[in-house]
Design a protein around this ligand. Sequence first.
Ligand code: B12
Length: 216
Amino acid sequence: MSKEDLLERMEKAIVEGNKEEAERLAKEALEEKMDLNEVIEKGYVSGIQKVGDLWEKGEYFLPELITSAESMKAAMSVLQPEMEKAQIASKSPGKVIIGSVEGDIHDIGKNLVASMLSANGFDVIDLGADVKLEKFVEKAEEENADFICLSALLTTTMLGQKKVIDILKEKNLSDRFTVLVGGAPVNQKWADDIGADGYAENAMTAVKTAKEFIEK
Ligand code: B12
């Protein structure tokens, strides 16, 4: 099967919420030694984006969203360990605390950012989803982290990103940690408005942005 055919089938498996197929194709990608960044972005992420479009058009409802998200997770559970194994850097460029903010259970994008950072040698502590805002700050202090990465997929939970930054200000910790924000509704303007140090649109640019801060 050609690379394009495989990527198309991956996308289709997510759109149709076919978990077994999504997982099987991920294993095939490993056997075929495909570029995993391409597999994720052009196959699976492209599929979940289509699911988002169908939901917006009112053609998909919550059950479809859930089966598609589960299929995405099944594929990622095959790919993530391999990506992390492939990491080349021996010395970690920095320590990252990452999570989806309180009230937000979306974690597919956050997991992608976490694995991409990890695959690039960063030491990543993933607090999961629906993380209490104070916990980000507590963990960052406890672990002496360099970055706090906050993911939010809902316009309501985006405010949690601002609150974490406010907590850091109150505790005079703003200079100690670099705060990166992201998630579908987040943009550079929001990041600037709330005083975040950086914003990235996707997992690849998140790694690039984090590396730029380390170099500074
Ligand atoms: C899958 C999905 C779900 C799944 C989540 C499963 C899971 N485990 O994650 C389920 C079904 C559970 C779900 C639930 C809900 N969802 Co939903 N969901 C989606 C959907 C279709 C895709 C999200 C996704 O995974 N995208 C793929 C990933 C790869 O992209 P991403 O998350 O954007 O992440 C990338 C970047 O943003 C960036 N990034 C992400 N985080 C970070 C962090 C940092 C620091 C950086 C630098 C970068 C970064 O890098 C990532 C990788 O490239 C979106 C549609 C959309 N357009 O986003 C709706 C969407 C986010 N959901 C929505 C809604 C309304 C809900 C519900 C409220 C529905 C309901 N009525 O119950 C609940 C909310 C529950 C809660 N409290 O959180 C709305 C939000 C509307 C809004 N503006 O607030 C959306 C936009 C759909 C819509 N158009 O209406 N959802």
